[in-house]
Write a protein that binds this ligand. Structure first.
Ligand SMILES: [Zn+2]
Length: 549
């Protein structure tokens, strides 16, 4: 018997990671206020049918006290359900019974009263597989269910459930089971099996299962089939080496701009036989979670993916990381994941490239970022002073600009002292000079094309290389708009008018936008909705992304 069946929870209290759902259902049972139709949705292997069976068992348990919700697991009804031979719990797999004929048959079937119990419970698994006609037939039954009948519909694809069905059911969403709960569950089973498994292996299994408990248990079962004492080495037969435990360390090297250590670690991992394709996919997931954490500070989300120790580690790393930097890391890793498909012969190349890009870019940018940051703070402080002195709006802007110029001089001086990496380009204007004239560009664009002005208003020059002017956008949609030749021509012509030189604009996606630039409102940086928008955009990026897994 598989571990999953052997240790399938028999009571609500044995179910892992489903506390809220179990609690509500228990309440309904205790108060004798159960619905006639339930809809359980969620990924496969997350406990939908397990909960459905416990629920059915509890309702029909002969020994259950009225104010209790747990089944006894000893009475005739409980035992017959546990042994899958109950007449009053009917499990239907809609994947193989999807036609109207079968649902019609079901409609006839529900008319009969339960043979030995109070309720007849029908669990229809994968209910989204029903044909539209079958759904219609089912709907008729759901509209007027006999008092003794309870339907529990389960699905992995909620969006395929017709609204008419959905609206007649009490809906429960089964999210993924968090890693901590999964580890606990696996440890319990290991103990019950009187086996010993190295903690790293348990963690590895939990992580691989991606929140599906059934997958985790089945993997553990496979591994335990070779013996009762399992080391990491034994587990390798079943688990291709991914190096989950190393992803956080590796990303930390990237955060620290340490290309040397990052590359050495990759080399070492490869020597150990770790599949770099998996490793990068996992690193991307880790970086993604870090990025979302930096934006939201939502620790609960981390708990789904990481153990407590790992979360502490991540929080420490995230303390000193800017959104820009973690985003750069995510973008480069995402690119590496995609590029790996293009270079199957040298899988390490795209990753090495990513490391160089991340670390190098940060080295070039970080002094500049610091300058911009201190400059921003300086301006902000000055602004506060100005506001305190109650100057008029126009003088406020004037002062701001003044300070910006003063700071520019300082900025340029500092820059001159650095070894200039971008010296190979013949920069016609400095970025600061471009920024100074940008307000004029916006004004002129506004005169020409109102909608284009809207798009350009959220963009900002972020770099000048020769006669290429990099224009930073937060969102792809806006970037695409400006990339249209007609729009590009308008903007380039105006840029020429303002700066006297032909610049080609190159739109790029970036968050590195100088919020304090005088042509923009200066207080948008910390608005919560801005952050939400960012997360939204980040999630959007991943929705459409193809990640090697
Ligand atoms: Zn019972």
């Amino acid at each position: 018997m598989t571990l999953y069946r052997k240790y399938r929870p028999k009571k609500f209290s044995e179910v892992v990671g489903r506390d809220a759902i179990a609690k509500i259902l228990s309440q309904e049972i205790k108060q004798d206020r159960v619905s006639h139709a339930y809809l359980f949705s969620g990924t496969r292997g997350t406990g939908k049918t397990t909960i459905a069976r416990i629920f059915a068992k509890s309702l029909n348990c002969e020994n259950r006290d009225k104010d209790k919700s747990e089944p006894c697991n000893e009475c005739k009804s409980c035992i017959s359900i546990n042994e899958s031979r109950s007449q009053d719990l009917v499990e239907i797999d809609a994947a193989s019974n999807r036609r109207i004929e079968e649902i019609r048959e079901l409609r006839e079937h529900v008319k009969y009263v339960p043979s030995n119990s109070k309720y007849k419970v029908y669990i229809i698994d994968e209910v989204h597989m029903l044909t539209p006609e079958a759904f219609n037939a089912l709907l008729k039954t759901l509209e007027e269910p006999p008092a003794h009948v309870i339907f529990i519909l389960a699905t992995t694809e909620l969006h395929k459930i017709p609204e008419t069905i959905f609206s007649r059911c009490q809906h429960f969403s089964f999210g993924k089971v968090g890693i901590k709960d999964t580890i606990e569950r696996l440890n319990r089973i290991t103990k019950l099996e009187k086996a010993e498994v190295e903690p790293e292996v348990i963690k590895d299994i939990a992580r691989r299962s991606g929140g599906a408990l059934r997958d985790a248990e089945s993997l553990l079962g496979q591994i335990l089939s070779i013996g009762k004492k399992i080391t990491s080495k034994d587990a390798e037969m079943f688990l291709p080496k991914v190096g989950f435990s190393r992803t956080i360390d590796w990303i930390n090297f990237l955060v620290l701009n340490d290309s040397d250590k990052s590359l050495k670690m990759l080399e070492e991992l490869e020597k150990q036989g770790i599949n770099l394709v998996f490793f990068i996919a996992e690193s991307l997931e880790t970086a993604r979670q870090m990025m979302i954490y930096v934006a939201t500070k939502d620790e609960d989300r981390l708990k789904m993916y990481f153990t407590d120790d790992e979360i502490n580690n991540i929080k420490q790393i995230c303390e000193n990381i800017s959104q820009l930097r973690i985003r750069t890391i995510v973008i480069e890793l995402l690119r590496a994941c995609q590029d790996m498909k293009l270079s199957p012969d040298i899988p390490s190349l795209p990753i090495e490239l990513a490391v160089i890009m991340i670390c190098d870019e940060n080295k070039i940018n970080s002094p500049q970022i610091d300058h911009q940051k201190s400059k921003k703070e300086f301006i902000q402080n000055k602004n506060n002073e100005v506001e305190k002195n109650d100057f008029s709006q126009s003088s406020n802007v004037f002062v701001k600009k003044d300070i910006l110029e003063e700071e520019n001089i300082k900025f340029d001086k500092d820059k001159a002292q650095e070894p200039k990496k971008e010296n190979t380009y013949n920069t016609v204007h400095s970025l600061e000079q471009i920024l100074d004239g940008w307000g004029e560009v916006l004004t002129k664009v506004k005169d020409k094309n109102q909608s284009l002005n809207f798009v350009l208003g959220v963009a900002q020059p972020v770099g000048v290389n020769g006669n290429i002017l990099e224009l930073g956008f937060k969102y792809k949609l806006q970037l695409e708009k400006i990339s249209e030749i007609k729009n590009r021509d308008i903007v380039e012509n105006i840029i020429k008018e303002v700066y006297g030189i032909d610049y080609h604009i190159e739109p790029v996606i970036t968050e590195d936008i100088l919020q304090n630039y005088p042509a923009k409102p200066s207080n948008i940086e910390n608005k919560p909705e801005e952050k939400d928008k960012f997360v939204e955009a980040a999630l959007q990026v991943f929705e459409g992304a193809e990640i090697v897994s």
